[in-house]
Design a protein around this ligand. Structure first.
Ligand code: 4NP
Length: 165
């Protein structure tokens, strides 16, 4: 990462309809609230392709909306090999996502992969898959993502603060 360059971050889960769109939306909201939009490029993707082209799960859209974040414009896509070149950082929501990313990545790109919660806070915790769970699972996932995304911003803001920042 050179100073004054945008840092690019890809949030990754299994379906790209529940957790990673929420992480994308929450992190973008934090970045925007801090006036740092010019310093970050933010996206999300899934390791699976079942939901390709679909908007986020209604329950993720609703929990985000309750916290003032609009996810309705997002569409699911699968991780591609090109993502390992395009993104400085690929953050998996759980250990399975991280393992799948590592198996897909060219060996010289594996250092770009990390577990979202561990990288952000120093505490290794999975963001649990809420897809088959109850509605309140989404609020719990939102809170976990919110806290970790705040830590992530603090951690990266220092690294991306160039001479103009
Ligand atoms: P996500 O949740 O990985 O947080 O988007 C899931 C969404 C769909 C499925 C699994 C997890 N699925 O099996 O279809």
């Amino acid at each position: 990462m050179m100073q004054n360059e945008r840092m690019s971050i890809l949030f990754v889960c299994l379906g790209n309809i529940c957790r990673s769109p929420l992480a994308e939306g929450v992190f973008r909201e934090i970045v925007t609230a801090n006036g740092a939009q010019e310093r970050f490029l933010i996206d999300s993707a899934g390791t699976g392709n079942w939901h390709q082209g679909k908007p986020p799960d209604r329950r993720s859209v609703e929990v985000a909306a309750r916290h003032g974040i609009d996810l309705t414009g997002l569409r699911a896509r699968q991780v591609t090999r090109g993502d390992f070149d395009r993104f400085d950082l690929l953050l998996g929501m759980d250990g399975d996502n991280v393992a799948t990313l590592a198996s897909l990545a060219p060996p010289d790109r594996r250092g770009r992969i990390a577990q979202f919660h561990e990288f952000s806070t120093g505490m290794p915790r999975d963001v649990p898959d809420p897809y088959y769970g109850a509605e309140d699972g989404f609020e719990a996932v939102y809170r976990m993502i919110r806290a970790a995304a705040g830590s992530l911003f603090e951690k990266l803001a220092a690294e991306t603060r160039g001479v103009s920042g």
